[in-house]
Ligand binder design. Structure first.
Ligand code: ZN
Length: 418
């Protein structure tokens, strides 16, 4: 048994704060958590003094892409980089995220992530637990299509080259069903779809609805029958509402949501993952990492509306989860490991610090269907815990600096200790 003794305990689920807390871990799980006066130290346990530090649940990034990309120059990089090099780089990126306190990450599209998920589970690679969608499903000319490549190269089933990010191109209900089954056959933990256009796709626009309702419903049904869920890329209202009404409960981006979209989110109890980080970092570093001009122009266009849209959703009570949408570990700008930037950006736009921490723990777990396993310090959950120097409810920014993450415990094992 392992005991974390003393220190402030912050459990965003239930807004719980304990001045001097004690956490008991046994066989990878939390068996007790409370104040030092309530919880006894069991015999023959190893006690770690966490006095003066803060204990909280391991962080979760609810939407990102583990790709091994090192530039924004997709065409060159995809075609010139041997696939194994992408995988090797991604292993480094996983380590960086674990050291930053991320014990779970949700990959919303990348075959690299799907394979590394198994390697992490085996224990050969050091990294957060990965929940992976593998190949996402996109309509032709959808956000997941790679508009500047021939269609055969955009779809992994026909492509002569293996690229970290490729989508199954499907049109019509039957093709989407087949795509869904193919993704599941490859090992997807959940199904990722694109129900609107977006910023990182060359020829469409964020406001375009994509996939018909019947296509969306077909994927939702295939997911349900296999005990999985659907996670949708949704930037604007029409496609967003279509998805929610057809049964999608996890939606990412929400760049421009109207009142109807907010209302339907509340009625159906969905989780919105705003992904503020990717907009912030690409506006800052885009030109230096060779992101194409058309992408930067689209980002400029959506940026302000995005902030207003997320503020409105938060004000009206939509559940928010923190996801960065990081997809590049640029040489000079290593994004992986800076995932807590999302918490900081949420706070910057008016989200209360405790709510921002909720977004990166319990709400992220809900968005990934993992809330019975992780995302809080409740008894019976897997012991995914971090110990940090400072109080993130007072200053959430401390989480962005890895030096403040003094200890990371994943499934009851200490995986980082400073
Ligand atoms: Zn994404």
């Amino acid at each position: 048994m392992l005991v974390l003794d003393g220190g402030k305990v912050i459990d965003p689920a239930g807004d719980r704060v304990i001045g001097r807390g004690r956490i008991i871990i046994d066989s990878g799980k939390i068996v007790d958590a409370g104040s030092v006066s309530e919880v006894d130290v069991p015999d023959s346990s190893s006690v770690i003094d966490t006095g003066g530090l803060t204990i909280m649940p391991g962080l979760i990034d609810a939407h990102m892409h583990i790709t091994g990309f090192r530039s924004g120059d997709y065409v060159r990089e995809s075609l010139l980089t041997p696939f194994g090099v992408f995988v090797a780089r991604a292993i480094k990126d996983l380590e960086a995220m674990l050291d930053a306190g991320y014990t779970t990450v949700v990959d919303a599209g990348s075959i690299v992530a799907l394979h590394l998920r198994d390697a992490v589970e085996e224990g050969v690679v050091r990294g957060p637990r990965i929940l992976a969608s593998g190949y996402p499903l996109s309509q032709t000319f959808g956000h997941g299509d790679i508009h500047f490549l021939p269609p055969e190269m955009a779809d992994p089933r026909t492509s002569p080259v293996k690229i970290p990010f490729q989508s199954l191109l499907c049109d019509g209900e039957d093709e989407f069903r087949k795509g869904a089954r193919y993704a599941l056959r490859e090992g997807a933990d959940f199904l990722k779809i694109f129900v609107t256009g977006g910023v990182a796709s060359q020829k469409d626009k964020p406001e375009y609805p994509q996939m018909t309702r019947r296509e969306i419903a077909a994927v939702v049904e295939e997911a349900r029958r296999a005990g999985r869920f659907v996670h949708a890329h949704a930037e604007s209202s029409e496609g967003y509402i279509n998805a929610v009404e057809e049964g999608v409960r996890t939606l990412a981006h929400g760049m421009d949501l109207n009142q109807d979209a907010v209302n339907v989110s509340l009625e159906r109890d969905v989780t919105l993952i705003p992904t503020l980080s990717i907009v912030d970092v690409t506006l800052k570093f885009g030109p230096s990492i060779n992101l194409p001009d058309w992408m930067l122009e689209k980002l400029q266009e959506v940026h302000e509306r995005h902030i207003e849209s997320v503020k409105k959703a938060y004000r009206e009570g939509v559940r928010l989860a923190a996801g960065t949408d990081f997809f590049i570990g640029a040489k000079d700008v290593q994004l992986y490991g800076l995932n807590s930037l999302e918490i900081k950006l949420l706070v910057n736009l008016g989200v209360k610090p405790m709510d921002a921490l909720k977004a990166a723990t319990i709400n992220a777990a809900v968005s990934a269907g993992l809330d019975r396993i992780t995302g809080s310090l409740e008894t019976g959950k897997v012991a995914d815990i971090i110990v940090v120097d400072g109080d993130p409810t007072e200053n959430p920014e401390i989480l962005v600096n890895q030096n403040n993450i003094k200890m990371v415990i994943k499934e009851g094992k200490i995986v980082k200790q400073m």
